[in-house]
Design a protein around this ligand. Structure first.
Ligand code: HPA
Length: 240
């Protein structure tokens, strides 16, 4: 047990889906997992373990922002034997052409966070996704006709920020803004584990377009199924 997690050793599956919102964690467990049971509820950050297509999968919320996801990911990787974390979140598009509802996988994640400087490397570390998880997600999305764009994310420390910095990053081809991917990728690198962030685009920061409530649910579900099938694919491959 940790200060933030009262699950017992062995309670988590090797792969954990991680939405920001605890209620989404519960929704995913109740909607998609068989025999799901609650394994953590410290601070209301609900974690569940169950089965998807007969493969053990867990889902636990990350909370918002890099400090929060870094704590939960670190503890899952180091204390609970978790190998893979797949963030399933929302993001704001930075490309004016990008339609809301698009699902984006973060091959990399830039950030304005100073977290990496605390390791004293003296270099700009590039937080990147795990290639095996990313390629499995691309394959699963293709198989299900889910439109998945792959590229760079921007993990911002500030939700309420001037749009200026984000717009400058769009000039470098950064696809979308969210608040957690870089923290997750840094923890995975630090713990020698595996991570991927996939996000459905809830709004376009440049055009102001936003998803309506119904489409938000549909697109969220497409993303969840992509993530769950990715979990199944990597688990099956690692058993072969
Ligand atoms: N900024 C940061 N995080 C987000 C946004 C945004 O505009 N949209 C969805 N997640």
């Amino acid at each position: 047990m940790t200060p933030h997690n009262n699950a017992n050793p062995g309670d988590f599956a090797k792969t954990v889906l991680m939405p920001g919102d605890p209620l989404r964690a519960r929704y995913i467990a109740e909607t998609y997992l068989e025999a799901a049971h609650l394994v953590n509820d410290v601070r209301g950050v609900q974690g569940y373990t169950g089965y998807y297509k007969f493969i053990p999968v867990s889902v636990m919320a990350s909370g918002m922002g890099i400090p929060s996801i870094s704590i939960y990911a670190h503890e899952l990787f180091t204390e609970y034997g978790v190998e893979n974390i797949i963030r399933v979140g929302t993001a704001g598009a930075l490309d004016p052409e990008m339609k809301v509802g698009t699902v984006v996988a973060g091959m990399g994640a830039c950030t304005d966070s100073n977290v990496i400087s605390q390791f004293g490397l003296g270099v700009n570390f590039a937080p990147i996704a795990d290639f095996r998880l990313l390629s499995a997600a691309v394959e699963q999305a293709k198989a299900m006709n889910v439109e998945l764009q792959v590229g760079n994310l921007y993990s911002s420390d500030l939700f309420y920020d001037e749009a200026g910095r984000a717009i400058k990053l769009e000039k470098l081809g950064v696809l979308a803004i969210e608040m957690e991917a870089a923290g997750l990728y840094i923890e995975a690198a630090r713990c020698k584990k595996h991570a991927l962030a996939i996000c459905s685009i809830s709004d376009n920061v440049i055009t102001g377009e936003a998803l309506d409530a119904d489409s938000r649910v549909t697109r969220f579900n497409e993303m969840i199924i992509t993530a769950l099938d990715t979990a199944v694919a990597v688990t099956r491959n690692s058993m072969e």
